[in-house]
Design a protein around this ligand. Structure first.
Ligand code: ADP
Length: 418
């Protein structure tokens, strides 16, 4: 369950930033792969963990994952437990309703739309599951998400002789290592895995053509590993694919010389297709022409106005994967300010934002400022009248949340082409 590592690595960082302890308890019997919609599972987990962190000032946030075998069907359960402000028992039923927030003042203090949990519950129910909550004021909350999950077995992979590329995987998380090995071996590339930078350096560090390297590892980071490897002066220097949930840290922690040693970077959650695309370049040496589209995309500028951190993160990751340049603001007023100063080819606008929402901002952009840039509404309200309201405010198109990668990219392409 690679997806869990991706969710955990990102949310662990959010917890650390807020000074909270993050506890991750994983059932040792958890199957490596289950049948299920990973986009939905990860959206739900991000949503629950995001809330737990948002509503907890001190203490911890725990994610507990269990796999239960049952004659009527196996299921996965995820408990997100926090030591935060808690929810009054009278409000517990309401928080799963659209637009409900347990306390009206939370909008002012914490932002948000009150839509996350209702969508999460609907998504869980679509997967034959549910989300329930127990909570006590001042003591914290436990959100339990269960879903039917059939274990599935990946076809056995035999590494075919032929590709002489040798790959090292260096990551402290076992499930991440297994996932990378699976991807790499499926491409007939042989691999050797290491659970720490030290284990890698004390083995045969000079014998690899490519290293898939995790940036954040305890004791010795990926950057420190590269510093050490450089002193060993391998020739040619292996292709380094650096993996991280937080690429901003790369610039903070390293210098230009080290950054120059990195061949590719991939942000967690990993996009398998993109990783394979990079690895393919090493196996197949025929020249690729794909850089043309990436270069063309780099010239396009997109403005994203979205206050919800997780949604913004998802949209940013998708845009990054295609090489688009973008700027992110968190309310309609800031969107107007930047549009006055810069030209954009497309604006993605959330409807519900604090200070100024997307509808009002779009109407000002169109009517007062005569801006003709296409504006796509991102909204959780997928009803016909909401769409009409967006179009009436001058918005060009409309996308319902949760955002799906393919739908977003085809929407971006459509409006950038017009
Ligand atoms: P939002 O966070 O955008 O307001 P949600 O649907 O995710 O929307 O949450 C609805 C409401 O439920 C929140 O506004 C908050 O009042 C309450 N809530 C959700 N999770 C927690 C939690 N872990 N601790 C305390 N209150 C919570």
């Amino acid at each position: 369950m690679q997806i869990l590592d991706d969710v955990v690595s990102l949310q662990r960082v959010y917890c650390q930033r807020k000074g909270l302890e993050f506890i991750y308890l994983k059932d040792p019997d958890l199957p490596h792969v289950v049948e299920g919609d990973i986009t939905r599972i990860s959206q739900i987990l991000h949503n629950l963990l995001n809330n737990a962190i948002k509503f907890t000032e001190r203490g911890s946030v725990t994610l507990k994952v269990r796999y239960t075998k049952h004659p009527n069907g196996n299921f996965l359960s995820f408990d997100v437990i926090d030591t935060g402000i808690g929810i009054a028992s009278s409000k517990l039923d309401n928080i799963f309703r659209k637009f409900e927030q347990a306390d009206k003042t939370t909008t002012r203090d914490f932002g948000g739309t009150g839509l996350g949990l209702s969508i999460a519950k609907q998504l869980a129910q679509l997967m034959n599951g549910d989300i329930t909550v127990t909570s006590f004021i001042g003591q914290g909350s436990t959100f339990s998400f269960t879903m039917a999950a059939k274990e599935c077995h990946l076809p056995e992979i035999t590494v075919q002789p032929g590709s002489s590329v040798r790959c090292a995987v260096v990551d402290d998380l076992q499930t991440s290592r297994e996932y990378f090995e699976h991807v790499v071996n499926a491409m007939s590339i042989s691999s050797q895995s290491y659970g720490s930078a030290k284990a890698f350096l004390s083995d045969t560090p000079l014998s690899f053509d490519v290293i898939i390297l995790d940036l954040s590892m305890p004791e010795m980071s990926g950057i420190d590993l590269l510093r050490q490897l450089k002193t060993l002066n391998p020739k040619p220097f292996p292709k380094v694919i650096l993996i991280s949930a937080e690429l901003e840290r790369l610039e903070e922690e390293s210098d230009d010389e080290i950054i120059g040693l990195i061949w590719r970077t991939h942000v967690k959650p990993i996009n398998r297709r993109e990783l394979e695309h990079d690895l393919n370049k090493l196996v197949d040496t025929t020249p690729q022409v794909t850089t043309d589209t990436a270069a063309a995309n780099k010239k396009k500028r997109i403005l994203l106005a979205e206050d919800n951190e997780i949604n913004a993160e998802i949209v940013k990751t998708i845009m990054q994967s295609e090489g688009y340049k973008f700027l992110h603001v968190k309310n309609g007023k800031d969107a107007i300010d930047v549009v006055k100063r810069h030209n954009f080819d497309l604006i993605l606008m959330d409807c519900n934002m604090p200070i100024m929402g997307g509808i009002e901002a779009s109407s000002i952009l169109r009517n007062a400022l005569d801006i003709t840039t296409p504006i796509v509404a991102l909204t959780a309200n997928a009803f016909a009248e909401d769409k009409e309201e967006c179009l009436a405010a001058g918005m060009t198109d409309f996308m319902a949340k949760p955002i799906d990668k393919d739908t977003l990219l085809s929407c971006i392409r459509k409006h950038l082409a017009s």
